[in-house]
Every structure is written in C-alpha cells, then in structure tokens.
Design a protein around this ligand. Sequence first.
Ligand code: NAI
Length: 305
Amino acid sequence: MSYNYTGQVAIITGSGGGLGRAHALAFAARGAMVVINDLGGTRDGGKSSEDTSLTAAEKVVQEITDLGGKAIINGGNVTSEDDMQAMVDQTMSAFGRIDILVNNAGILRDKTFSKMAIADFKAVMDVHLMGSVIATRAVLPVMQAQEYGRIVMTTSSSGLYGNFGQSNYGAAKLGLIGLTNTLKLELFKYGIRVNALAPVAATRMTDDLMPPQMLDLLTPESVSPAVLYLCGKEAPAGEIITAGAGTFARAQILESEGQYLGADATPEMIAESWDKLSDMTTAKSYKQGSDQSQKFVVNAFENKA
Ligand code: NAI
C-alpha cells in the first residue's frame, strides 16, 4: 500500500518547528497542501523575543514552496475559538477542503505537583487539551460535509505512563486519549478517523531532558511516518501509535478479565483474590465503555444463576 496525499489538505498546529515541521514536510513531500499553524512563542507558552517561531513557521512555508510544494502560514492560537475558525476559513479559501488535522501544538511548564501554580496547570491543559478540542471542533463541519477526515491527537508517554514533574502535561495528554476514545465512536459514520500519536523526538521541548547521544537518534523526521500512516485512506480508528528513533509500536489500555466476588464483596476478599483478579494474561482492550459494564452484568447474572 502506498501513501499519497496529492489533492489533500493538511493542517498541522504548532508546525513552526520540531515535530510539527517534520510532519508538514513529510505531508508536502507526498503531495499534500499544508497549513503551517504556529503562534510563535517560547517553550513555556510565553511571548517570544525577535527570533520567534512565527519566523520559523515562515521558514517552513518557504522550505515547502522551495521544494515545489504548497503551503500557507497561519499564526492562530489553538486556544482561541475565533483564531481556529479563522484558520479554517483561511484554509477553505486557499485550498477548498480540509482532509487532515494534526493537533500538535504544545507547551511545557514542568514542576512537581506540590510546587506547581494552578495557573501553570491550567495553561498546559489549555494548549494541549482545549487547543486540540477547539481546533477539532473548528474543522469538524468541513470534514463532516466532505464525509472524510483524519485527525491525530498528539499524546505522550507522560500521559500514558507518567513522568516526574509533568502532572499538568500528563493530565492533558491522557485527556487527549479520552477525547480520541469517544471521537472514534462519534465520527466514524462521517468517514472521520481519529487516532493518537505518542512521539519521542529531539526538539526544543526535550533538548535539556536527554543526553546528546540519545537526542542524535531521536530525529523528528523518524516519527512523521506514523502520522502519515494514521492519516492514510485506510487509517485505523482509536489507535495509539508510539514512535521514536525508528521504532513504531501500538499502545492500548487493557483490563484484566477480573473475578466475580459478589455484591457483598469485602476489601479483604479483594486482597485475597488480587493475584487472580489482576492477572493480565487474558486482559482485553474494550471498544467502548459499555463493553466493561456488560462484563460486570454478565458476571453477576451468571454467578447468580
Ligand atoms: P516544539 O516546542 O518544538 O513545538 C511545539 C510548537 O507548538 C511550537 O512551535 C510552538 O510555537 C507551538 N505552539 C505552542 N503553543 C501554541 C498555541 N497556543 N497555538 C499554536 N501554536 C502553539 O515541541 P515538539 O517537541 O515538536 O512538540 C510537538 C508535540 O509533540 C507537542 O504536543 C508535544 O507535547 C508532543 N510531544 C513531544 C515529545 C518529544 O519528545 N519532543 C514527546 C511527547 C509528546
């Protein structure tokens, strides 16, 4: 199967640098018309000095056009509904459709939870979680009318597994999995597939978090094929792909089969049964929340019968 995006339009938020830039170049190299959204700003979401990401976003547009591709710049803030609507309007008047949205924009404000100001928690939730919600809502009417769309949420191992000092970021990133899990159900009938990417790459976000030998291996370009895969015609729905330094994997939330202990179960019974009820050898990933409820009810019914 080959992946060609000729005639398709991809919006990539926060694509003035890092992973977003790599995704934009990869889509453009395979024929897509690309919208380079980036409001500029520092890693923590503050105001930039002269050398801003907005300049970097202009450079990405230039790189793409120099290679014979088509790209436009949008300086909108993903946390603003007006800006995201304006981005959709701008894209529609430039290219006439929107096939792909990669929610990639992000900031970091790391601190241990006990020392973190609530404002820093909210700022990170706002850009990663609400920014993805707002951009997704803005493109949705267009994708629904087209009966086609591919949306990628950028999650993180911090959300999937935890990371010291990143409670705000981890909460926002796992929130995106909750969003993906429901959107995959609600939007499938419109031909819209929603998936998530958990990348690792050397960018300004990670340049002081890992040693140089590791950073050399972790090129942003080595992650982008996962995004292209998730935006292909045959894309899955509700999957989480993890990607870094050339390795690609699938992440899932699994639940053990469990054990029926009865409606009058006690904490002591749970402790005694822990080995059995926590056994993950036959664990499953559910397609939707009600599959879990079904298991509980069937177990109770069968054990009463
Ligand atoms: P980056 O800092 O190079 O890129 C983020 C971009 O988003 C910046 O260009 C920034 O100007 C833009 N941005 C920030 N706030 C924005 C807003 N409100 N509106 C529009 N644009 C905004 O960082 P990187 O590493 O490329 O991150 C891209 C995504 O990948 C982020 O969502 C990040 O959380 C995620 N990620 C990155 C990992 C890594 O190892 N680099 C690991 C896991 C996730």
